[in-house]
Design a protein around this ligand. Structure first.
Ligand code: MN
Length: 324
């Protein structure tokens, strides 16, 4: 069975400072291993792909990536540099790698232009964005141009976590809760709900949003969201489709990255349907073998297994079949 992973991180020596958002919570050896593996593309990574049976990695710049840059001009230049670098990586091993673009959202117009260049000229399959950009979220009106461009190109935008611009008081005194173990999922799920209630998907119904980590808890929440939206006075917001779950079922695609667990997969399958779930490893922060073992052994029907492992990615990203 072919396997295609969609949350597969790397960093370049020049951009390594952008990639350190989890260094404060990782054990020293775990961080050292991840840091080494982020920089490696053709040696340890390919060996692990071979030994664990991961056929293709859709690569993306590690979190927080360009979102950590405060200067828009620097972000635009860095985006071109890193996307050109990634295109070279894919060109060297097109059988094993594909790319998601990094976007300089500090300047949405130029980010949209870079997305077009990355897809049309470099052959990328979408973009990956790490949470907020200097406190600006993807529902900000200035970012509609990026969503419009993604819809025009028919590529997804992958919303990946990073440290939030702010933290609720409930985290005070508990730094262990801040980071990928807990706060990132809340931040990313909330960001996604901003897109729904900020009417991004009403304005651009064709938009395709990808989330990792089995949907950051959202597949579990559909009924509750709809029920409480019925109770709610709506603060003047009306959704064209009526209920938040309609957007999560239509516009949202999720990956299994970092969640190798049958119970949340079962919930996601029931909530979103098998055509909206794709494979991801979260390498190098998770072991590839955990993901490939999981998708090969989890108790689901074979059509669903193939859809998650490769079929949905081939369709959503228009990835070429092997050997092409
Ligand atoms: Mn990740």
């Amino acid at each position: 069975m072919r396997t295609i992973g969609l949350e597969e991180h790397f960093v370049t020596p020049e951009l390594v400072a952008y990639g350190a958002s989890t260094s404060t919570v990782a054990k020293p050896q775990a961080w050292a291993d991840a840091s080494r593996r982020l920089l490696d593309l053709f040696d340890e990574r390919i060996d692990l792909m071979d030994s664990t049976g991961l056929d293709v990695q859709v690569l993306s710049l590690n979190s927080p990536g360009l979102q950590a840059e405060t200067d828009a001009d620097v972000a635009v230049d860095s985006a071109r540099t890193v996307n050109d670098f990634l295109a070279g990586v894919v060109q060297r091993r097109p059988d094993r790698f594909a790319g998601f673009a990094a976007l300089p959202l500090q300047d949405p117009q130029r980010a949209a232009a870079e997305l077009e260049r990355a897809v049309v000229q470099l052959g990328f399959h979408g973009a990956l964005v790490n949470a907020h950009t200097n406190g600006m979220y993807l529902d900000h009106p200035s970012q509609r141009v990026v969503w419009e461009k993604a819809a025009e190109l028919d590529v997804p935008i992958y919303l990946h976590p990073a440290n939030g611009v702010d933290l609720a008081d409930t985290f005070s005194g508990h730094p262990e809760l801040v980071g990928p173990m807990w706060s990132w999922g809340l931040d990313t799920a909330t960001h996604t709900l901003r897109l729904i209630f900020g009417k991004v998907f009403d304005d651009i119904p064709e938009a395709k949003l990808l989330l990792g980590h089995m949907g950051e808890g959202l597949p579990y929440a559909l009924w509750r969201l709809d029920s409480r939206w019925d109770f709610h006075n709506h603060h003047g917001i009306e959704l064209d489709l009526g209920y938040p779950s309609e957007y999560l079922r239509r516009n949202l695609y999720i990956t299994t990255s970092g969640v190798c667990d049958a119970a949340p997969l079962s919930s996601a399958l029931m909530a979103l349907g098998p055509e909206h779930i794709l494979l991801g490893t979260d390498y190098p922060f998770e072991e590839m073998a955990a993901t490939t073992d999981f998708i090969r052994s989890v108790d689901i029907d074979e059509d669903t297994r193939h859809a998650i492992a490769h079929g949905n990615a081939e369709r959503l990203l228009r990835l070429p079949a092997p050997g092409k």
